[in-house]
Design a protein around this ligand. Structure first.
Ligand code: FES
Ligand code: FES
Length: 169
Protein backbone atom coordinates (compact mmCIF):
# COMPACT_ATOMS: atom_id res chain seq x y z
CA UNK A 1 0.00 0.00 0.00
CA UNK A 2 1.26 3.48 -0.77
CA UNK A 3 1.91 6.06 1.88
CA UNK A 4 -0.25 9.15 2.25
CA UNK A 5 1.91 11.14 -0.15
CA UNK A 6 1.62 8.45 -2.82
CA UNK A 7 -2.12 8.21 -2.26
CA UNK A 8 -2.50 11.96 -2.65
CA UNK A 9 -0.46 11.86 -5.85
CA UNK A 10 -2.61 9.07 -7.22
CA UNK A 11 -5.83 10.82 -6.21
CA UNK A 12 -4.58 13.89 -8.05
CA UNK A 13 -3.91 11.78 -11.13
CA UNK A 14 -7.29 10.09 -11.21
CA UNK A 15 -9.18 13.33 -10.62
CA UNK A 16 -7.07 15.35 -13.03
CA UNK A 17 -8.97 17.17 -15.73
CA UNK A 18 -8.17 16.23 -19.32
CA UNK A 19 -5.22 18.21 -20.68
CA UNK A 20 -6.95 18.68 -24.04
CA UNK A 21 -10.35 18.02 -25.50
CA UNK A 22 -9.47 14.81 -27.35
CA UNK A 23 -6.22 12.99 -28.04
CA UNK A 24 -5.56 10.95 -31.15
CA UNK A 25 -6.71 7.39 -31.60
CA UNK A 26 -4.95 4.76 -29.51
CA UNK A 27 -4.94 0.97 -29.93
CA UNK A 28 -4.41 -1.38 -27.01
CA UNK A 29 -4.08 -5.17 -26.94
CA UNK A 30 -6.82 -6.19 -24.52
CA UNK A 31 -7.86 -9.81 -24.05
CA UNK A 32 -6.11 -10.77 -27.28
CA UNK A 33 -7.89 -8.18 -29.41
CA UNK A 34 -6.75 -4.73 -30.51
CA UNK A 35 -9.23 -2.18 -29.18
CA UNK A 36 -9.08 1.31 -30.67
CA UNK A 37 -10.50 4.43 -29.04
CA UNK A 38 -9.85 8.14 -28.51
CA UNK A 39 -9.19 9.05 -24.88
CA UNK A 40 -9.67 12.61 -23.69
CA UNK A 41 -6.01 12.72 -22.63
CA UNK A 42 -2.91 10.48 -22.84
CA UNK A 43 -2.88 10.77 -19.03
CA UNK A 44 -6.35 9.24 -18.73
CA UNK A 45 -6.21 6.38 -16.18
CA UNK A 46 -6.45 3.00 -17.85
CA UNK A 47 -9.27 2.17 -15.44
CA UNK A 48 -11.43 4.88 -17.04
CA UNK A 49 -10.62 3.56 -20.52
CA UNK A 50 -11.56 -0.01 -19.62
CA UNK A 51 -14.80 0.87 -17.86
CA UNK A 52 -16.08 4.00 -19.57
CA UNK A 53 -14.73 3.81 -23.13
CA UNK A 54 -14.60 0.04 -23.70
CA UNK A 55 -17.40 -1.21 -21.44
CA UNK A 56 -15.16 -3.70 -19.60
CA UNK A 57 -16.85 -3.09 -16.27
CA UNK A 58 -15.62 -6.29 -14.63
CA UNK A 59 -12.60 -4.23 -13.56
CA UNK A 60 -13.90 -2.28 -10.57
CA UNK A 61 -13.32 1.23 -9.27
CA UNK A 62 -12.89 0.93 -5.52
CA UNK A 63 -10.60 3.50 -3.93
CA UNK A 64 -8.86 5.12 -6.89
CA UNK A 65 -5.72 5.57 -4.78
CA UNK A 66 -3.82 2.29 -5.29
CA UNK A 67 -5.04 0.70 -2.07
CA UNK A 68 -7.93 -1.72 -2.54
CA UNK A 69 -6.90 -3.79 -5.57
CA UNK A 70 -10.41 -3.88 -7.06
CA UNK A 71 -9.04 -2.45 -10.32
CA UNK A 72 -6.33 -5.06 -10.87
CA UNK A 73 -5.59 -6.28 -14.37
CA UNK A 74 -2.77 -8.32 -15.89
CA UNK A 75 -0.21 -6.31 -17.85
CA UNK A 76 2.36 -8.52 -19.55
CA UNK A 77 1.42 -11.23 -17.06
CA UNK A 78 1.90 -9.13 -13.94
CA UNK A 79 -0.76 -7.68 -11.64
CA UNK A 80 -1.23 -3.94 -12.17
CA UNK A 81 -3.66 -1.51 -10.58
CA UNK A 82 -5.48 0.11 -13.49
CA UNK A 83 -6.13 3.26 -11.44
CA UNK A 84 -2.36 3.74 -11.32
CA UNK A 85 -1.56 3.42 -15.02
CA UNK A 86 -2.19 5.96 -17.73
CA UNK A 87 -3.47 4.92 -21.13
CA UNK A 88 -0.21 6.05 -22.75
CA UNK A 89 1.75 3.76 -20.41
CA UNK A 90 -0.33 0.80 -21.60
CA UNK A 91 0.56 1.14 -25.29
CA UNK A 92 2.43 -1.92 -26.56
CA UNK A 93 1.59 -4.01 -23.50
CA UNK A 94 -0.51 -7.18 -23.36
CA UNK A 95 -3.51 -6.53 -21.13
CA UNK A 96 -5.87 -9.13 -19.70
CA UNK A 97 -8.95 -8.14 -17.72
CA UNK A 98 -11.33 -10.38 -15.80
CA UNK A 99 -13.42 -10.68 -18.96
CA UNK A 100 -10.51 -12.49 -20.64
CA UNK A 101 -9.22 -14.47 -17.67
CA UNK A 102 -10.64 -17.83 -18.84
CA UNK A 103 -8.49 -17.67 -21.98
CA UNK A 104 -5.35 -17.49 -19.85
CA UNK A 105 -4.04 -20.94 -18.76
CA UNK A 106 -3.31 -19.91 -15.17
CA UNK A 107 -6.35 -17.68 -15.01
CA UNK A 108 -8.55 -20.61 -15.96
CA UNK A 109 -7.12 -22.65 -13.06
CA UNK A 110 -7.76 -19.81 -10.61
CA UNK A 111 -11.28 -19.30 -11.91
CA UNK A 112 -12.02 -23.01 -11.42
CA UNK A 113 -10.65 -22.91 -7.85
CA UNK A 114 -12.83 -19.87 -7.09
CA UNK A 115 -15.93 -21.62 -8.40
CA UNK A 116 -15.16 -24.87 -6.56
CA UNK A 117 -14.78 -23.00 -3.28
CA UNK A 118 -17.67 -20.56 -3.88
CA UNK A 119 -15.38 -17.67 -2.95
CA UNK A 120 -17.37 -14.52 -3.87
CA UNK A 121 -19.97 -12.86 -1.69
CA UNK A 122 -21.04 -9.52 -3.22
CA UNK A 123 -18.31 -10.02 -5.83
CA UNK A 124 -17.08 -6.43 -6.03
CA UNK A 125 -13.48 -7.23 -5.06
CA UNK A 126 -13.31 -10.62 -6.71
CA UNK A 127 -12.06 -9.74 -10.18
CA UNK A 128 -9.06 -8.08 -8.57
CA UNK A 129 -8.55 -11.05 -6.25
CA UNK A 130 -8.59 -13.50 -9.17
CA UNK A 131 -6.16 -11.34 -11.15
CA UNK A 132 -3.78 -11.13 -8.16
CA UNK A 133 -3.90 -14.91 -7.66
CA UNK A 134 -3.35 -15.50 -11.38
CA UNK A 135 -0.30 -13.23 -11.42
CA UNK A 136 1.14 -15.07 -8.41
CA UNK A 137 0.54 -18.45 -10.05
CA UNK A 138 2.25 -17.18 -13.21
CA UNK A 139 5.20 -16.13 -11.04
CA UNK A 140 5.59 -19.75 -9.86
CA UNK A 141 3.91 -19.39 -6.49
CA UNK A 142 1.54 -21.96 -5.03
CA UNK A 143 -0.79 -22.32 -2.03
CA UNK A 144 0.23 -20.20 0.94
CA UNK A 145 2.73 -18.29 -1.18
CA UNK A 146 -0.10 -17.09 -3.40
CA UNK A 147 -2.12 -16.08 -0.35
CA UNK A 148 0.87 -14.16 0.96
CA UNK A 149 1.08 -12.11 -2.20
CA UNK A 150 -2.58 -11.03 -2.26
CA UNK A 151 -3.14 -7.68 -0.57
CA UNK A 152 -6.59 -6.98 -2.01
CA UNK A 153 -9.28 -5.69 0.33
CA UNK A 154 -12.64 -7.45 0.70
CA UNK A 155 -15.26 -5.73 2.83
CA UNK A 156 -17.37 -8.93 2.78
CA UNK A 157 -14.56 -10.83 4.48
CA UNK A 158 -14.11 -13.69 2.02
CA UNK A 159 -10.51 -14.20 3.06
CA UNK A 160 -11.03 -17.71 4.45
CA UNK A 161 -12.55 -18.88 1.17
CA UNK A 162 -9.75 -17.17 -0.76
CA UNK A 163 -7.28 -19.15 1.38
CA UNK A 164 -9.19 -22.36 0.68
CA UNK A 165 -9.16 -21.70 -3.06
CA UNK A 166 -5.48 -20.82 -3.35
CA UNK A 167 -4.53 -23.85 -1.22
CA UNK A 168 -5.60 -25.97 -4.20
CA UNK A 169 -3.33 -24.14 -6.64
S1 FES B 1 -9.39 1.34 -7.41
FE1 FES B 1 -7.31 0.92 -7.92
S2 FES B 1 -6.45 0.13 -6.07
FE2 FES B 1 -8.50 0.68 -5.51
S1 FES C 1 -16.90 -10.25 -2.00
FE1 FES C 1 -17.79 -8.36 -1.42
S2 FES C 1 -16.10 -6.99 -1.27
FE2 FES C 1 -15.20 -8.93 -1.53
Amino acid sequence: MGNLQAENASATRINKAPTKAQTSSIGLNINGVTRTFSPSSPDMPLLWVLRDLLGLTGTKYGCGIEVCGACMILVDGQAQKACDMSVSEAVGRKIITIEGIASDPQGKLVQAAWIANQVPQCGFCQSGMIIAATAALKAGKHGAAIAGSINNLCVCGTYQRVLAAVSTL
